[in-house]
Design a protein around this ligand. Structure first.
Ligand SMILES: [Zn+2]
Length: 179
């Protein structure tokens, strides 16, 4: 998506430190309006995590482009120094055989090390009786998670309907690190 730089000045910052990042770096999009009168926005933090690309587009326009939004800075988890978004975890699970749409991410600490465990609901509980099958699915998810997140996550397959359903926004993340 092109950003109309005649009217908006885009920046990318590190959402933790507020430091400016360069083109091609992943961070939070900050916008300043240049032509708006009355209610201008000065370095408005969108909370959207994206990357800015300054290269001229195939369509001929030279305005900077922003990549697809990768996640929201308020959903972002920092695990062992790596930024992790629940949406990345979801992208791994979507479309996998035997796997339903419900999952929960549990972040904890062992000593000084962050640990992440993902509970994933099965569609059919019968799979739980077949240990080799279970192991194969868990290994498969773990492998895909590692390539997407760049960190190792523990995977636990759980019975259908065993993850608590919440009204409204699903509670996907349980962070036990500061308790
Ligand atoms: Zn274009």
């Amino acid at each position: 998506m092109h950003i109309n730089e005649d009217h908006f000045y885009p920046e990318i910052i590190d959402s933790e430190t507020g430091k400016s990042l360069g083109y091609g770096e992943k961070g939070e999009l900050v916008l300043t309006t240049l032509t708006k009168e009355g209610i201008p926005m000065l370095r408005y933090r969108t909370k959207d995590i994206t990357i800015l690309n300054p290269e001229t587009c195939k369509c001929g326009r030279s305005n900077v482009r922003m990549n697809k939004v990768l996640g929201r800075s308020d959903d972002m988890l920092i695990i062992r120094g790596v930024n992790v978004f629940p949406s990345q975890i979801e992208s791994v699970l979507v479309g996998m055989e035997h796997i339903g749409p419900h999952y929960q991410i549990i972040v904890s600490k062992r000593g000084y090390m962050d640990e992440i465990e993902v509970h994933v609901e099965l569609i059919d509980g019968k799979v739980l009786e077949k240990f080799s099958e279970l192991e194969k699915i868990e290994k498969d998810i773990r492998h895909k998670m590692r390539s997407v997140l760049q960190i190792d996550a523990k995977i636990k397959l759980v019975e259908p309907k065993s993850i608590e359903r919440s009204v409204g926004k699903a509670k996907r993340v349980i962070d036990l690190r500061n308790k």
